[in-house]
Design a protein around this ligand. Structure first.
Ligand code: HEM
Length: 190
């Protein structure tokens, strides 16, 4: 079994990534911040007096991916932290009770058979590196903290991917989504 990797995304005045823009796609906005930093540990908000918010998650076993998809993903998915990936996106997402009340089979049917989340997204690899963190089991406000890294030249491509996913049947079950676009701080102009 893969090691458990905890993560805390901290929104504050300063940090590793500077916020280019942040907006609520559906549901409430998060308090506006100038910067976001990720820490590979679970931090209580009290540990960070300057933080406007702290979102926690952890990696987890996959729920929907089948063997052939795992192999297809492994063949093209890049690692995080590539030097050319100056841009990043943190997109916290919550799905509705209607989603969580479905059976596993029904969710897989919507996620892949009808929305083609994996098949469509595969085409955007290796340009986009990603990591999925789960927050629901931790009692966090967001079910998922999705994190992506890409180069400046692929920023438009990422936009296309996000817009595509938002038209799918799967996204009808997304009842809270905040889109935070970031750039590595040393590259951000003030
Ligand atoms: C960059 C290309 C992407 C690839 C290759 C990809 C791939 C995947 C895979 C394989 C899963 C299933 C994990 C599992 O079986 O548990 C997944 C889940 C998920 N992805 Fe993506 N994804 C991509 C982009 C995105 C984007 C842009 C978003 C958000 C805007 C997103 C949001 C999610 C969410 C919320 C889940 C969890 C779904 C659930 O468990 O209900 N993904 N993704």
């Amino acid at each position: 079994m893969a090691a458990i990797i905890p993560v805390s995304f901290v929104g504050a005045e300063t940090g590793t990534y500077r916020v280019l823009r942040m907006n609520a796609v559906v549901g409430e906005a998060l308090a506006p911040v100038k910067a976001v930093t990720s820490h590979a540990v679970h931090l209580p908000p009290s540990a960070l007096p300057g933080a406007a918010w702290v979102l926690r998650g952890t990696n987890s076993a996959v729920r929907y991916v089948e063997r052939t998809e795992t192999e297809a993903l492994r063949a093209v998915q890049p690692t995080l932290g590539r030097p050319q990936c100056t841009h990043a996106a943190l997109i916290p997402i919550r799905k509705s009770d209607a989603w969580w009340n479905l059976s596993q089979d029904e969710r897989r049917e919507i996620f892949e058979t009808r929305s083609q989340h994996i098949a469509s997204c595969l085409k955007y690899l290796p340009a986009i590196a990603r990591r999925l963190h789960h927050g629901r089991e931790l009692g966090e406000p967001f079910d998922f903290l999705t994190w992506f890294e890409y180069s400046a030249e692929h920023a438009q491509l990422f936009e296309e991917l996000v817009q595509l996913l938002r038209t799918t049947e799967e996204w009808k079950y997304v009842d809270w989504e905040v889109d935070i676009r970031l750039i590595k701080n040393e590259l951000a102009s003030s």
